[in-house]
Design a protein around this ligand. Structure first.
Ligand code: NAD
Length: 373
């Protein structure tokens, strides 16, 4: 398998965690005999310093010529005085827009070893493994008309969707659910909003093409409660843009640390993979950053851009192993050791990367010897 991956490490802890994710991808390439090329490119504050632009044309062109884009994080206090369209974060919004992905995937997983990190009780989170599929290019964030009329003291936004926009993201959700636990929960507010009635009717229509997948509809307000009460009841959760923004952040509580969360944005010209966290300037350069969100993001890249499901699952299993063995970066080193079942060892960003690498090597070795038998 040949894969050209654009690497936008960015600012703050971006380069630290991305480095660990790239090491894991290199290991997968080596073990599997794949040919992965990594193309380092500038985005965010580092790009402003070098070129004056948060998204240089050379970066954009190279991303569009890649098979996948792996991003770290952007944001640097140094540029806070610049207008919003010139700051590092503008580069992030521009690259997301230019790549054009319409389906944002965010897993929310309860890791047994981290159960004490979630404010929810372990018996509530146990077994939770949710994949959010959030529509990313439509809805209230993009609909027009939109305006704040300061002279009349009125402001308005428009939640607007077309049937085609709903159908394409619904299809992504059903396809993903087909390879998981075969359930899609579609979230809307169809008891009040016409746009949600269109959403519900369209999702129901798409569901007919996926008879093996169960579809349920939930109203967004009750969904907010169910996610905290019975998270293990959900498999793939399909939402429009605003509802997904809110609910996927709420559900991150299940995992317990921002540093653990991966994401992927698919469906556009080139898929974009990025951990959920930002550049964390408060811990940049201290070796405290948790690289697991970035490493799990690399697993998503292998799954969704290279169809290397076994390798993606092996990375995820290696992360579970390392956590179960008690290794913790500072952000997840809370809770009592007895609750977590293993003594905790505080490790740095690079140590955590190496531990995942070792666990991955062992599991791939085992897999290869099983194939050989
Ligand atoms: P943040 O995600 O950078 O940090 C929030 C808190 O979580 C901090 O205490 C930080 O130390 C901690 N944290 C984040 N990631 C961690 C990790 N991997 N390991 C351990 N701890 C981690 O959010 P913020 O502080 O609101 O923003 C900082 C900068 O990042 C700002 O410039 C913001 O605009 C930018 N930002 C970028 C992105 C992105 O690139 N996708 C996302 C959010 C914020």
């Amino acid at each position: 398998m040949r894969l050209k991956i654009a690497i936008l490490a960015g600012d703050g802890i971006g380069p630290e965690v991305t480095n660990e994710a790239v090491n894991i991808l290199r290991a997968v390439a080596e073990f599997g005999g794949h040919d992965f090329t990594f193309v380092p490119l500038l985005l965010g504050g580092v790009a402003i310093t070098a070129t004056g632009s948060p998204l240089p044309t050379a970066t954009l062109d190279a991303c569009l010529e890649s098979d996948a884009v792996l991003l770290g994080a952007v944001g640097d206090k140094k540029f806070d005085a610049l207008s919003p369209d010139k700051r590092p974060e503008a580069g992030l919004l521009q690259i997301r827009h230019a790549l054009g992905g319409y389906a944002n995937l965010r897993p929310s997983i309860a890791y047994p070893a981290l159960s004490a990190n979630s404010p929810l009780r372990p018996e509530v989170t146990e077994g939770a493994d949710i994949l959010f599929v959030r529509e990313l290019l439509g809805g209230l964030y993009f609909g027009s008309p939109r305006e704040w009329n300061k002279s009349t003291g009125e402001a308005w936004n428009t939640m607007r969707y077309t049937r085609a926009e709903v159908a394409r993201v619904a299809r992504v959700a059903f396809e993903l659910a087909s390879n998981r636990r075969r359930k899609v929960t579609s979230v809307d507010k169809a008891n009040v909003l016409e746009v949600s009635q269109l959403w519900r009717a369209t999702v129901t229509e798409v569901a007919r093409d996926f008879p093996s997948v169960t579809l349920e509809h939930q109203l967004v307000d009750s969904m907010a409660m169910h996610l905290m009460n019975i998270p293990r009841n959900f498999d793939v959760v399909l939402t429009e843009n605003l509802f997904g923004d809110i609910l996927s952040d709420e559900a991150s509580i299940i995992t317990g640390s921002l540093g653990m969360l991966p994401s992927a944005t698919i469906g556009g010209a080139v898929n974009l993979y990025e951990p959920v966290h930002g550049s964390a300037p408060d811990i940049a350069g201290t070796g405290k950053a948790n690289p697991l969100g970035a490493i799990l993001t690399a697993a998503m890249l292998l799954r969704h851009s290279a169809n290397l499901e076994e390798d993606a699952a092996a990375i995820e299993a290696a992360v579970r192993t390392v956590l179960a063995d008690g290794h913790r970066t500072a952000d997840i080193a809370r809770g009592s050791a007895s609750l977590n079942g293993a003594a905790q060892h505080l490790v740095s960003t690079t140590e955590m990367g190496k531990l995942v690498h070792q666990a991955l090597a062992q599991s791939i070795d085992q897999r290869q010897s099983m194939h050989a038998v």
